[in-house]
Design a protein around this ligand. Sequence first.
Ligand SMILES: C[S@@+](CC[C@H](N)C(=O)[O-])C[C@H]1O[C@@H](n2cnc3c(N)ncnc32)[C@H](O)[C@@H]1O
Ligand code: SF4
Length: 424
Amino acid sequence: MPAAEAAAVDATAAWQRCHAHLVPDAQHLRLPAASYHACDACGGRRGFELVAHVRFGPQTWLNETPLLHCPDCRRFTLTAARHAQCLERVPAIAGHPLTAVDARLWSASPTFLNIEPTTRCNFNCWYCVGRHMVQADIEVDNFAKMLDNFPSLKAIALVGEGEPLLHKGFFAMADMARARGIRVLMLSNGSAFSESVVRKLCESQIAYVSISIDSIDPKTFAESRIDGDLQRIWEGIERLRRYRDANGYQYPKIGLKGTLFRHTEDQMPAIVDEAKRRGVEVFESFQPLNPMVTYVRIYPKDQLRQLDDVPRVAQRIDEDSARARTLLTGVMDFCASEGIPGSNVGRPNGLRPGCDEEWIYSLLSGHVTPCCQVKDVLDPDWNLFEHPIEEILANEHYENTRFNLWNGLFPAYCGGCSKTRATA
Ligand SMILES: C[S@@+](CC[C@H](N)C(=O)[O-])C[C@H]1O[C@@H](n2cnc3c(N)ncnc32)[C@H](O)[C@@H]1O
Ligand code: SF4
């Protein structure tokens, strides 16, 4: 059949047979207007495209093919235009029926996990949701169970809404991971880099420690990082770099991260220059104040006006990040050069803004969520203290959640996240 004569194909029966539990969320946050299409079958006007692998005949798979879903008649359709594109890609499918679909585009064995070691902290940053969470540490035995339940792990990031180094078992956990051949990364407020801590960071072969710096000015820094002493943090970074280099350790590599506000939006170049001078080598990322609904509810009232400036601050961060990557190694380049996996479990569908969160995040309680910004337990069964990762990944609710996020069909709890901004 010439591509020009391709007809629409109803893929609903194949979808239901292959994974009836993947249900596009009809209540999703609004998509960009151009994402909505008419449904030829029922005349509804709320159709939108999803991405799936589709099979023609007994064995010819076409990867990442857009299918139209109509929430009114619930059909999945390979439209005539998309069918024509399929025929152009693989002419041999002409005359063969569509026989299967697979919309699970993520890896069956992820290798990276974020673990929240503690919600406790010695700082009181006014924008930190951790200050409003139950203050507790992960139990080291539970940490071990988590590693047991995740045999495909190659790297972990010890990071969460607290200061990891406050956990008394931090180095025991890092050593436990290393003993299993797992690379350890971490994020710190940088306040606790005493002589003994920098020695242990080196001896434990932590691969990477990133430090958050919000301002170049000590007074402004202390206004957002309440109880934070910028000078002490710079000195801690220098101490770590000096000790590491003097004693012939290759790790940890030292990274930079931070949050910028309307009154500090122009400070990234100065922070990066100073960080480099003090011994920082890797540029991780800067972010504006998080505008997500779950974060905004904890902000002091007098800070809410800052949210109006988030898009502008984000734009400035993008511009200044390019310069930062000329002075420091970008974190993705660093991970690639170290063989640290960061991106192997999926990606958004590419048709419109979607969630590119690729790592699995685990809360203090052992529950995994699809993203570090989702702090609520979404399902009691997604618990890594109790269940192997394969079981969680195969859990139908979990699959459906990932499926929707990667197709940009965001539930209400994602409201305000920068990745949903274009859909707001
Ligand atoms: C929650 S902290 C935890 C790790 C460590 N205590 C630290 O401060 O780096 C992780 C990062 O998230 C940033 N962060 C926390 N809450 C934020 C918010 N509401 N908006 C933007 N960035 C935020 C912090 O600045 C920090 O870089
Ligand atoms: S240092 Fe990190 S964990 Fe501590 S209050 Fe600030 S953002 Fe939260």
